[in-house]
Design a protein around this ligand. Structure first.
Ligand code: PMP
Length: 460
């Protein structure tokens, strides 16, 4: 390690508090310092090249070196580096991006509110829904339905909607009224001998039973990711989403599609809800909106939701919510340019074209002794690792095997992410056929090494 890296690592250990990290382990092993990016690749401070198989955090659609985004940011920095949109103020980048998102999102979603992160967006959704139902004279209609393994962020309300133990335990969450329903993942949560159709029917019955048990007059909204991402890449069974949408209509429950990972072509369609045939009342977007070159998230509202909120803001004199950075001009300028690139370079089409190669390539590992299930759609996939392929029993301690394989993959030149027992992949939308093949080869080598390690150490 050179001197600079040494001192950087030491400074990191001395002063940084890392998100999603075992801090004491970090103090021992130090950081992996990434210094630059080039297309789908990133480089560490030793000059080692990696394919970024998770697009950073599921987000860098255009790769790590698009100068058009840098130029868009520079132009906006020069013209107007900051302004806000409180109290009737406005600027062109946020106006144009709102207009663009209203045009891209499904029919009916015409109004856009900006935040800095997906978590803030989902907290905002909760508050908007409460604000709306208070205004409509139904203050008891406040509860949310979400799913186990769903991910919606980590702030107090969004973290409550998230259905993962690490985000709840010792954080005193959930802190808002929410019921978490069964994760719609047949392979893991289906009963013995239960067909996928029977599983779907059971989950829809569960949802309806919960609605009736709580009282439909108390359930405000259902939130879900079309394909679940950070919980381990779970693809819903056929009929699930149309069934959920029908229940929402039947009981006057708002349907919120959290498209933070799915949105902007990840599944080969512009949005995940289009893939699964439902139209939400509210849609949440972030990540590939700016390829994460700048922090930005957006909430799209249909007219019914917007009108109720707008009427109440008129009655109260304001909508008392907003962030200093809401609709930041540099972030919006980068978002607009990023969406232009996604369209002009046909990156959604690229995802759709490469889906078969990526997904069927990965399914070759279905027979691997470590792999329980390979799942995914478009350019997102997960491989769930198991100690026993027949019983689908996981390794103990939980999470260790996927972390070990992810570490081995990095040594092979592939960054992927371990989420619980699953190794997740979500490459940049600019990925080529040859790079898809490289991802699969490198992952294969990591799986083989992981299996050798299990046998050598007797792990599990
Ligand atoms: N929703 C989903 C579906 C996400 O995947 C994420 C982030 N992984 C979030 C919300 C939260 O976004 P952020 O990390 O920007 O707060």
């Amino acid at each position: 390690m050179n001197k600079l890296s040494n001192s950087l690592a030491a400074a990191d250990i001395a002063h940084s508090v890392h998100p999603y990290t075992n801090m004491r382990l970090h103090e021992e092993q130090g950081p992996m310092i990434i210094t630059r990016g080039d297309g789908v690749h990133v480089y560490d401070d030793q000059g080692k090249e990696y394919i970024e198989g998770l697009s950073g955090l599921w987000s860098v659609a255009v790769g790590f070196s698009d100068t058009r985004l840098k130029d868009a940011a520079m132009r906006q920095m020069e013209a107007l580096p900051y302004y806000h949109s409180f109290a009737h103020k406005a600027h062109e980048p946020s106006i144009r991006l709102a207009e663009k998102l209203a045009e891209m999102t499904p029919e009916g979603l015409n109004r856009i509110f900006f935040t800095n992160s997906g978590s803030e967006a989902n907290d905002t959704v909760v508050k908007m829904v409460w604000f709306m139902n208070n205004a409509l004279g139904r203050p008891e209609k406040k509860k949310f339905l979400a799913r186990n393994k769903g991910y919606h962020g980590i702030t107090v309300a969004s973290g409550s909607l998230t259905g993962l133990p690490a985000n709840h335990g010792d954080f005193d969450l959930p802190a808002i009224p929410v019921r978490h329903l069964t994760c719609p993942h047949h392979w893991r949560w289906g009963h013995e001998g239960e067909s996928e159709a029977e599983f779907t029917a059971r989950l829809l019955k569960e949802a309806e039973d919960v609605i009736l048990e709580e009282g439909p007059e108390t359930i405000a909204a259902f939130i879900g990711e079309p394909v679940m991402g950070a919980g381990g890449v779970m693809v819903p069974p056929e009929g699930y989403w149309p069934g959920i949408a029908a229940l929402c209509r039947k009981y006057d429950i708002l349907l919120v599609s959290d498209e933070v990972i799915n949105g902007f072509g990840r599944l080969g369609t512009p949005f995940g809800c289009q893939k699964y045939g439902f139209v939400p009342d509210i849609m949440v977007m972030s990540k590939q909106l700016t390829s994460s070159y700048m922090p930005l998230a957006a909430i799209a509202l249909n007219d019914r939701v917007y009108d109720a909120i707008a009427d109440n803001s008129a009655k109260l004199g304001t909508f008392g919510h907003g962030f200093t950075g809401s609709g930041h001009p540099v972030a919006c300028a980068v978002g607009l340019e990023n969406l232009r690139i996604i369209e002009e370079d046909d990156l959604m089409g690229n995802a759709a074209r490469l889906e078969e190669r990526f997904q069927s390539g990965l399914r070759r590992f279905a027979d691997h002794p470590l792999v329980g299930e390979v799942r995914g759609v478009g350019l997102i996939a997960g491989l769930e690792l198991v100690a026993d392929k027949a019983t689908r029993q996981s390794f103990q301690p939980a999470g260790k095997i996927a972390a070990t394989v992810a570490k081995m993959a990095a040594e092979e030149g592939l960054i992927c992410r371990n989420v619980y027992e699953t190794v997740a992949l979500c490459p940049p939308l600019i990925v080529t056929e040859a790079q898809v093949d490289q991802i699969i080869d490198r992952l294969g080598r990591a799986l083989d090494r992981g299996w050798a390690w299990v046998q050598d150490t007797g792990f599990g």
